[in-house]
Design a protein around this ligand. Structure first.
Ligand SMILES: C[S@@+](CC[C@H](N)C(=O)[O-])C[C@H]1O[C@@H](n2cnc3c(N)ncnc32)[C@H](O)[C@@H]1O
Length: 379
């Protein structure tokens, strides 16, 4: 059982005393279950800066913060904090922990955070960075599509806010060994979870031509999807693709560069989405949110391309309508999925200043919704 738990829980919250006697339910260390605040939660903190690290730890904190931004510069940080409106002792799920930049901001305010990521490298980094908050922060490895099961497993009953900052971190892109970048030679991998079964190389070298074309078209919105798929299938008979730059150069040889965007951009996006089943994971996670978010709690989602944003937008639109109507119905009906109130109608994008200082933020779009009282029917 310890082995199973260690996959989910950070070492500092995995103690034998916790595991004992919980009747197959796993709790986070001495964390309060649900939302009851822990009386001495901030006992070791510097009272002058509530929720912040103790003064003894300040220099370590500064160092960690610096290296955190090297790992990944959190996008729309102020906006996320504003709209998530974290409160002291309330419990938030950062379902895409990454380098822990957003989580750190919530923790500094005094909130409690459960950080989830499917990439163990991100978890190790964020745990080290957020070590000063060990009493109010727990890091768990897992896919956010299963966040409900994970929370249930660790004995959490509800959340005061949920953050999804989708996609991959700068560190994942920059690490050539992960295979996300077409500008650096590396294995054609692209798995966020290194234990996942299928790599990009396996897709490229084994999928049927039609399936490849579908992936490039649906997930990359690549208009030349068929031509590229046909070319790949012919070329792999001679020499299978194993390296990122090999594939990128091959795509470029078929689709000469026009403008600033590399011709392999869409193919790489499509493969990454397919390898990590990103769109399905997003849909499943969104569907689970109403069950966990307490009334008044907010869901904040940052997406980085139109496919993700479309899913978020249409889900929130569907669940924020009080009534449903169809021409063939005699009268409108109450919407059984009326779970949210939209906090903003349109998505929010980063300011020109943010894009200037962090060009990777340029395609970000933030959407926010607030949970209503409506009950979720038991499934
Ligand atoms: C954009 S980064 C998050 C950065 C983070 N907000 C920060 O401030 O450092 C996205 C992270 O989400 C993780 N991720 C993406 N899809 C996931 C999924 N389905 N389940 C769990 N983690 C996921 C990635 O591994 C990556 O570390």
């Amino acid at each position: 059982m310890r082995k199973l738990l260690s996959r989910f829980l950070s070492p500092n919250i995995l103690r034998p005393s916790v595991i004992a006697g919980i009747n197959a339910r796993y709790h986070l260390s001495q964390w309060p279950v649900g939302c009851a605040p822990r009386p001495n939660l901030f006992g070791n903190r510097n009272e002058a800066s509530p929720g912040g690290p103790s003064s003894d730890n300040k220099s370590r904190f500064k160092r960690a913060r610096g290296s955190g931004n090297d790992y990944h510069l959190p996008v729309l940080l102020e906006e996320v904090t504003h709209y998530l409106a974290p409160q002291r002792d309330k419990l938030y799920l950062d379902a895409t922990l990454g380098g822990g930049g957003h989580s750190e901001q919530l923790l500094r305010i005094g909130a409690r955070v459960i950080g989830l990521d499917q990439d163990p490298a991100a978890l190790s980094f964020a745990r080290a960075r957020l070590t000063d908050y060990r009493d109010s922060f727990g890091a768990i490895q897992g896919n956010f599509r299963e966040f409900g099961d994970i929370l249930e497993t660790i004995g959490i009953s509800g959340l005061d806010g949920v953050l999804l900052d989708l996609g991959i971190s700068s560190r994942q892109v920059d690490d050539a060994d992960r295979g996300f970048s077409f500008t650096k030679p590396g294995p054609l991998d692209m798995r966020m979870d290194p234990d996942a079964e299928v790599t990009a190389a396996e897709l490229v070298n084994t999928c049927e031509e039609e399936e490849l074309a579908r992936v490039f078209y649906q997930y990359g919105e690549e208009r030349a999807s068929r031509k590229i798929a046909r070319g790949i299938v012919e070329r792999r008979l001679v020499k299978p693709f194993q390296c990122t730059t090999d594939l990128a150069e091959f795509v470029e040889s078929m689709m000469p560069r026009r403008g600033k965007i590399h011709p392999a951009t869409r193919v790489f996006q499509a493969l990454r989405i397919a390898v990590n089943n990103e769109l399905r994971a997003l849909e499943e996670a969104l569907t689970e949110v109403p069950r966990w978010l307490r009334p008044g709690g907010r869901l904040v989602v940052i997406s980085f391309h139109s496919l993700e944003d479309r899913i978020v937008k249409s889900y929130l639109k569907r669940c924020s309508k009080a009534q449903l109507d169809r021409p063939e119905w005699p009268a409108p009906k109450a919407n059984p999925e009326h779970y949210f109130k939209l906090v903003m109608q349109k998505g929010l994008t980063p300011s020109p200043d943010e894009i200037k200082s962090n060009p990777r933020a340029r395609s970000a779009r933030l959407r926010v919704a607030e949970r209503l009282q409506t009950a979720v029917p038991k499934s």
